[in-house]
Write a protein that binds this ligand. Structure first.
Ligand SMILES: NC(=O)c1ccc[n+]([C@@H]2O[C@H](COP(=O)([O-])OP(=O)(O)OC[C@H]3O[C@@H](n4cnc5c(N)ncnc54)[C@H](OP(=O)(O)O)[C@@H]3O)[C@@H](O)[C@H]2O)c1
Length: 345
């Protein structure tokens, strides 16, 4: 029976990968700090939790034990993280490091976390220039991508069979920041309208955790040193995403598509980009990748999970509260109601 070790495995990427591998007959161990984060269905299918702090090289090595056919690292953020992973990589048949599309820069050096949004010429190929490697705080807008590049380079320079995956905006069950919440929450609150900045035209490629899992499954069978984009087969706009979620929850609302000059406090959402950010998936497809499904298909489980969590089900503790700094400005009903009352009489 092949064995996989997933470092940082109880999050959205790790659990989705574990589910897929367990179904295919793998033995799967998932590391983390809190055993309570191991989903019950993954445990029931045979997934095993192993306590290992990401900054503790000895605990990581102990988690690997006698080696693994597949090593997946979901929480490799810096060159130091990558260096701590290398001893494990040497004892793994195939390794996957989860990086990010945040590494890519456009012709002016802008990236997806820049103050000025990037303007790419078209779908982004893996050969697109990246930020320079850096070691400033990785939890900052400028530090995140630069540290990912540095981590990628440590692993790729090793000469070992490491596949770097660069996902875009990840969605899945167990997401710590479930972006779809902006629309699910509106439905649960029976909002009669959805307001969308810039007519909801923004496109920022979604990546289902289930599609990352499908690519990891392929990489497990084809070890090699490479970089692959990882995104859904389709790249819906924010308007299309809002329609998908409303449809899945049987909700009808008025779409208020705000023009470019509208009050910037209105209609905020996570996919609001002036220029499309789309990943070119040709390299993965050429390797033999078959996605698990398109956006609408793969997002359904997350939508159902959010609804159930909101009804005090599994994961209720991680749902964003009214004071959440990220979601709060996107769910400012008072401002919306003022706008609707003056614009609709
Ligand atoms: N979210 C996005 O849209 C996005 C986009 C592109 C790339 N990415 C990349 O995707 C990866 C994140 O994947 P994910 O969303 O599945 O992660 P996640 O949901 O944040 O899960 C992280 C996992 O790692 C464990 N963990 C966190 N810190 C740890 C530590 N210091 N020591 C040991 N375990 C730790 C967590 O469990 P415990 O808390 O119990 O330890 C959990 O199992 C990152 O590499 C990120 O850069 C994310």
């Amino acid at each position: 029976m092949p064995r996989a070790l997933i470092v940082g495995g109880t999050g959205q990427v790790g659990r989705s990968t574990a589910r897929r591998l367990l179904e295919a007959g793998w033995r799967v161990d998932l590391t983390g700090r809190n055993p309570a984060h191991l989903p019950a269905d993954v445990a029931a299918a045979g997934g095993r939790f192993v306590a290992a702090a990401r900054d503790d090289a000895d605990q990581l090595l102990a988690a690997l034990g006698d080696g693994a056919d597949l090593l997946v690292d979901c929480i490799c953020y810096t060159a130091d993280d990558a260096n701590r992973l290398l001893p494990l990589v040497r004892d793994a048949g195939s390794t996957v490091m989860i990086s990010s599309k945040a590494v890519y820069v456009d012709g002016a050096g802008h990236h997806s976390n820049s103050a000025i949004s990037p303007h790419f010429d078209g779908p982004i190929h893996e050969s697109q220039p990246t930020m320079a490697p850096g070691d400033a705080d990785y939890q900052t807008r400028e530090g995140y991508g630069a540290n990912k590049v540095a981590a990628e380079q440590v692993l790729l320079d090793s000469g070992l069979p490491v596949t770097v995956l660069r996902p875009s905006k990840i969605h899945g069950v167990g997401a710590l920041r479930p972006r779809e919440w902006v629309f699910v929450k509106r439905v649960l609150d029976r909002r009669p309208a959805v307001l969308l900045a810039h007519r909801g035209a923004g496109v920022d490629h979604p990546t289902a955790a289930a599609n990352i899992a499908a690519l990891i499954d392929l990489v497990a069978a084809t070890p090699g040193q490479r970089i692959l984009n990882s995104a859904d087969p389709d790249a819906p706009s924010a308007l299309e995403i809002s329609r998908t979620i409303a449809r899945q929850l049987d909700h009808v609302w008025d779409e208020v598509l705000l023009d470019d000059g509208a009050d910037e406090a209105l209609g905020r959402h996570p996919w609001d980009t002036p220029h499309p950010i789309v990943l070119d998936m040709t390299a993965a497809i050429d390797l033999g990748y078959t996605p698990a499904g398109d956006y609408a298909t793969t997002v359904a489980d997350e939508v159902a999970w959010l609804v159930s969590a909101a009804r005090d089900g599994d994961g209720a503790e991680i749902l964003p509260g009214p004071d959440d700094a990220y979601f709060g400005p996107m769910l400012d009903y008072a401002a919306e109601d003022r706008y609707l009352s003056t614009h609709r009489g």
